[in-house]
Design a binder for this molecule. Structure first.
Ligand SMILES: Cc1cc2nc3c(=O)[nH]c(=O)nc-3n(C[C@H](O)[C@H](O)[C@H](O)COP(=O)(O)OP(=O)(O)OC[C@H]3O[C@@H](n4cnc5c(N)ncnc54)[C@H](O)[C@@H]3O)c2cc1C
Length: 312
């Protein structure tokens, strides 16, 4: 780890030793980590990953940190915050190549300016494109798996960088092989449709309006990771986890510093100072009650990360 500190210092890469992870997570639950490393360029990310992998060390890579909670008081690993930022239109092919660290909101701003349509479903989903691809983020009946054609990835075991197609992801509802795996998506190729800037802007606005009216606001004082549970399959169709949790009596309930949102019962809000033990307790209360009262097994959508870097 000292070698990593030296490596980062020599290359003037932004890093923070023994630092709180909370400010990097929208849910704000986690302890300290050995290194937070913020990477802004793809070449820098590739080199850093090769360096870490050559030493055989585990690491955690995050985009926007909007779907994760750290379970330990101290995680003795580097946590890479991916802020790579390049977007390039591949002329003639209706394909756009996006660095995995580009935030969804920045991608949408660019998409509006560049008349790249079909991505408006990402409006209001926090996080980065790589994170969205890893968890197959989606909304309004669409998800990133529809647009993703191929990706360049890094494989920590071999240190190899290769291009893989959509099948490699094994996309499912809010899932892909990257969600709990250690391979890293470096950049993605997304297919798009031509659309007027004004039309895209209006669609984005519409989606943000819907979210503002129906979801809890998310800001510096309202910490959440979005939908906590996956929508379960009921009679061959995805039901609403929010409605199920509501009918089990949890909507608006508080537990210590946590609150089951009064607006949407699948959003759990950390009002400040919540611990991993608190969230685990509440998760268990909800899943147990829903199973007893409704006979439905809820599966967590939010990812927990252990001090060994295991995602579960
Ligand atoms: C207010 C709010 C609303 C939300 N609404 C939605 C919604 O409508 N639909 C939805 O699907 N989600 C929603 N979410 C959840 C979350 O924002 C999405 O899942 C988002 O796409 C996660 O992206 P991220 O960059 O924050 O990922 P992170 O939380 O940083 O990481 C999530 C997982 O992806 C992995 N990962 C991240 N980047 C990479 C990479 N480059 N390569 C390989 N693995 C990677 C991480 O290691 C981790 O396992 C919401 C969250 C909030 C807070």
């Amino acid at each position: 780890m000292n070698k990593l500190g030296q490596y980062l210092q020599e290359r003037k890469i932004e890093y923070y030793p023994d630092h709180e992870i909370k400010p990097y997570l929208t849910m704000g639950i986690g302890g300290k980590v050995r290194f937070i490393v913020v990477v802004h360029r793809l070449s820098q990310l590739k080199e850093l990953l090769s360096f870490i992998a050559a030493g055989g060390h585990p690491f955690v890579l995050l985009g926007g940190g909007s779907n994760v909670v750290f379970d330990g008081a101290f995680t003795p690993l580097p946590v890479i915050i991916n802020r790579t930022s390049e977007i390039v239109k591949c002329e003639g092919a209706h394909i756009v190549k996006v660095d995995s660290g580009v935030l969804n909101k920045d991608f949408l701003t660019w998409a509006i300016e560049n008349r790249v349509g079909g991505m408006d479903f990402l409006a209001g989903i926090p996080g980065a494109i790589g994170g969205a691809a890893a968890v197959n983020a989606g909304a309004f009946g669409q998800s990133i798996s529809t647009a993703l054609e191929k990706a360049e990835i890094f494989i920590p075991g071999s240190g190899e960088i290769k291009t893989v197609d959509k099948d490699y992801f094994r996309f499912q509802y809010r899932d892909s092989v990257f969600k709990f795996g250690s391979e890293v998506i470096l950049e993605v190729y997304l297919s798009y449709t031509d659309e007027d800037s004004a039309e895209i802007r209006e669609k984005v606005k519409e989606k943000l309006r819907y979210r503002n009216e129906n979801h809890p606001q998310w800001n510096a004082n309202v910490h959440t990771a979005g939908c906590f549970f996956k929508n379960p399959i009921i009679h061959d169709k995805r039901g609403s986890a929010g409605k199920i949790i509501e009918s089990a009596g949890f909507k608006g309930r508080t537990y210590r510093q946590l609150e089951v949102s009064a607006r949407h019962a699948n959003f759990i809000i950390n009002k400040g100072g919540s611990t991993f033990a608190d969230i685990l307790d509440l998760e268990q209360q909800i899943t147990r009650t829903v199973q007893e009262k409704k006979g439905i097994i809820l599966e967590r959508e939010v990812i927990y990360i252990s001090p060994e870097g295991k995602k579960y």
